[in-house]
Every structure is written in C-alpha cells, then in structure tokens.
Design a protein around this ligand. Structure first.
Ligand SMILES: *[C@@H]1O[C@H](CO)[C@@H](O)[C@H](O)[C@H]1NC(C)=O
Ligand SMILES: *[C@@H]1O[C@H](CO)[C@@H](O)[C@H](O)[C@H]1NC(C)=O
Ligand SMILES: *[C@@H]1O[C@H](CO)[C@@H](O)[C@H](O)[C@H]1NC(C)=O
Ligand SMILES: *[C@@H]1O[C@H](CO)[C@@H](O)[C@H](O)[C@H]1NC(C)=O
Ligand SMILES: *[C@@H]1O[C@H](CO)[C@@H](O)[C@H](O)[C@H]1NC(C)=O
Ligand SMILES: *[C@@H]1O[C@H](CO)[C@@H](O)[C@H](O)[C@H]1NC(C)=O
Length: 349
C-alpha cells in the first residue's frame, strides 16, 4: 500500500480523481449516441423562436418549413437527467395538449409525459414536437431529483434541505458556466466528504486491526455495512401486505424482485421514493381496477379522412372538415373508454 503511505501523495490522488471527474463531464457534453444521431447536452433549451432557429442552424437541422423531417428538437432525456438538442431524424409528431415530450436516446424515439400535475405551463393546445420553446416548463427539469421543476412535489424538495443541491438547481437555467462550476463544486465536495469518510473509517478500522492489510480491512468495513442493511423478511411481507412497502426496504436487486413478486406489484414501485410509495399504498386501499393500454395507428391516403375517423371514434360531434386543418406529420391522440364486465366491448367513451 505504498501509494497511501504519505498524506501528501494521498492528497495528490484526490485532486487527480476530482479533476478526472470534471474532465469526464466536459467530454460527455458532446458525445455521439449509439444510434449515430448527433446530440449535445445543453443546460437550457432555446427560449424563443429566434433562439430556436439559431440553434437549428447551428446543428444543421432542416429549416424547410414544409418538411417535417430532421427538425431541431431540444428535450429532456426520458429519465430527466439532462437536456439534449438534436435533429430528430423521424417525422416530427403533433402532440395533444396535456403532454410534454421526452427523448429516448437509446432507440432515437420520442416519448410523452402527462403534465397535468404541473402548477402551470403544461401545454394547453396541440403543438408540434419541434415547438417546445412555446412551453418552457416542458424543458425545465431538476436533474438531481429527476423531476420537472413545474411539478409542485419536485420544487418543494429542492428548496428545503441540501443547500448545495438546491443552489445548483436554481442556477441551472442561468448559464453553462454557472452549472459547470457548481457541479464541480458539488462533486468535489462529495468526493472530499466521501474520501474523508472512507479514510476515517479505514483508519479507525485499521488501527484496531493492526497487522492486517488494507484489503482485508476494507472487506471488514464492507461486511459491517452489509449487516446494517434491512434484511428481506418474508413473514413481514405476508403479514403487512402492501404496507410492507413503507418499511425500510433492502436495496439489493434480488430482494426487490422478491418483494415485488410476493406483493404482486411491478418492481419499479418497490424502488419508488417513500412519498410515492405512500401515495400508491393509499390509493390501493381504495380498491383497484385493471387498466389496459393499447396503441393503434391510422394510415391512409391524403385527405382520406383519417383525422375525422379518429374524431368519430372518440365520439366527437363536430366532424365538419372546415375546422380540420390537414395534418402534417403525425397526430397523437389519447382516448379513454370503459369496457363491459367481460372486458370485450366498449360501453362508454
Ligand atoms: C429571444 O431571447 C433572447 C435572449 O433571451 C433575446 O435577446 C431576444 O430578443 C428574444 N427574441 C424574441 C423574438 O423575443
Ligand atoms: C454544420 O455544417 C457546417 C458546414 O457544412 C459544419 O462545419 C458543421 O460542423 C456542421 N455542424 C454540425 C453540428 O454537424
Ligand atoms: C393525463 O392524466 C390525467 C389524470 O390522470 C388524465 O385525465 C388525462 O386524460 C391525461 N392526459 C393525457 C393527454 O393523457
Ligand atoms: C438516463 O438516460 C441516459 C440516456 O438516455 C443514460 O445514459 C443514463 O445512464 C440514465 N441515467 C439514469 C440515472 O438512469
Ligand atoms: C432538513 O434538515 C433538518 C436539520 O438540518 C432536519 O431536521 C430535517 O428533518 C430535514 N428535512 C428534510 C426534509 O430532510
Ligand atoms: C418532499 O419532502 C417532503 C418533506 O420532507 C416529504 O414529505 C416528501 O415525501 C418529499 N416528496 C418527494 C416527491 O420526494
């Protein structure tokens, strides 16, 4: 363990580690994705049409007003960890009101997020996916809590505790340098705290186990940590039922799957935050009903009446074509209906 002998050398190592962390972030900012679609991380999406067009030109996206393909997009990635700008190689879809869009980078596809929970700024009209500058709340994310800033549950928790985190969050819209600096500050702080803790623990452990090597010492520390984790308790699961979700749960994958299986819930729910799990358990107490999701696509010649057909299926009364503008690209419609007891027939819209 020669490297750890002198404190000076150890310090040098920390600095090196922090520097490479910071460099790692910079490098990632302009990475090409696996699908070879050029995309770049941004801190803020363009806020108005002028900025949007400028960004579109910068990325060489299509500026042909008639073409719905290869348009500039700036969207959160689907897990809300960052914002990406890219020319979307597919058709830009039309999006119904009440939905924000996210980008699933792995498959180069767009996904939707139901934003009716937003305080304000949730799209209230039909819009094209490349016009999100009209709805800035759809691109204002909190990358630390992985939520939209406009979601009230998201904002509350960013402002309460963890001063360094909330500072970073508030500034995230300001400018690139600010976020870069604060990210590195947070990271460095995190790294230092982490290292200091490890060193302290190691030192304490190692002092008490004189003569043993560092590796053995680390194993001891790890094993000790393992004991502190709550263990899977099958008897408790059957006794508490869904309320078991509100206990302190083991975090290893195997236990999560076991809990999910025993409780007959998707494993994602076991991984949810305590708050969300509480909400889930509370609503499950009120009863359950199966919900089925299906997707359909209507394809046909121009002016054939596809939009009118969909309107009819949705039970709309005003089918006059004068009010229906021709669809460019793709419309996404969402519709809910009830099924009869046998779950075969639609009984109401
Ligand atoms: C767009 O935003 C930029 C910077 O925020 C501003 O300078 C510009 O005047 C805005 N353009 C329009 C058309 O509002
Ligand atoms: C856009 O095109 C210009 C000129 O063809 C080129 O220099 C630039 O690298 C391109 N930008 C991107 C992001 O592909
Ligand atoms: C969003 O969710 C709300 C409530 O869950 C629902 O009423 C609404 O239809 C949904 N909107 C869309 C576009 O799916
Ligand atoms: C979020 O998604 C991006 C790509 O879509 C992925 O690289 C990243 O690891 C994901 N992060 C988390 C925390 O899931
Ligand atoms: C915030 O911190 C205080 C003390 O620092 C603590 O008592 C409180 O429980 C924390 N609140 C949250 C929401 O973590
Ligand atoms: C936000 O913080 C409050 C106060 O501690 C907590 O009760 C709530 O569960 C948190 N919400 C989320 C979404 O984490």
């Amino acid at each position: 363990m020669a490297l750890y002998r002198s404190p000076k050398q150890r310090f040098a190592r920390f600095i090196f580690a922090i520097t490479s962390l910071v460099l790692g972030i910079e490098e990632n900012c302009y990475a090409r994705t696996t699908t070879e679609v050029y995309s770049a991380k941004v801190d803020v999406c363009p806020q108005n049409q002028t900025e949007w067009q400028e960004a579109s030109r910068r990325l060489n996206c299509s500026d042909d007003a008639k073409s719905p393909v290869n348009k500039y997009h700036c969207l959160p990635v689907h897990n809300l960890t960052s914002l990406l700008e890219f020319c979307y190689s597919g058709h830009r879809p039309q999006v119904v009101k009440g939905l924000c869009l996210t980008y699933v980078q792995e498959i180069n596809n767009l996904d939707s997020y139901n934003c009716t929970t937003f305080d304000d700024g949730c799209p209230d009209t039909l819009y094209h996916s490349d016009e999100t500058y009209k709805f800035p709340k759809c691109t204002e994310i909190d990358p630390f809590n992985l939520c939209y800033v406009a979601d009230s549950s998201c904002r509350k928790n960013t402002t309460v505790n963890e001063t360094s985190t909330s500072k970073t969050t508030q500034k995230s819209t300001d400018n690139k340098i600010a976020i870069f600096v604060s990210t590195s500050v947070v990271l460095s702080l995190g790294a230092v705290i982490c290292i200091v803790t490890t060193v302290v623990i190691k030192r304490r452990k190692c002092n008490s186990i004189k003569g043993k090597g560092l590796i053995e010492c680390c194993v001891t520390v790890k094993a000790r940590k393992g004991v502190e984790m709550p263990l899977l308790n099958v008897a408790n699961i059957t006794r508490l039922g869904l309320n078991y979700l509100l206990e302190r749960l083991p975090t290893d994958e195997e236990s999560i799957l076991e809990i999910a299986k025993t409780l007959n819930v998707p494993p994602e729910i076991v991984r949810w935050s305590k708050d969300n799990k509480q909400r889930f358990v509370k609503s499950m107490e009120k009863g359950t009903k199966p919900v089925y999701n299906g997707r359909g696509m209507v394809i046909g010649c121009a002016e054939a009446g596809k939009t009118t057909l969909v309107k009819k299926l949705k039970g709309e009364n005003n089918l006059s074509t004068t009010s229906t503008t021709s669809t460019i690209g793709i419309d996404i419609h969402v519709h809910e209906f009830k099924l009869d007891a046998e779950e075969c027939t639609i009984i109401s819209k």
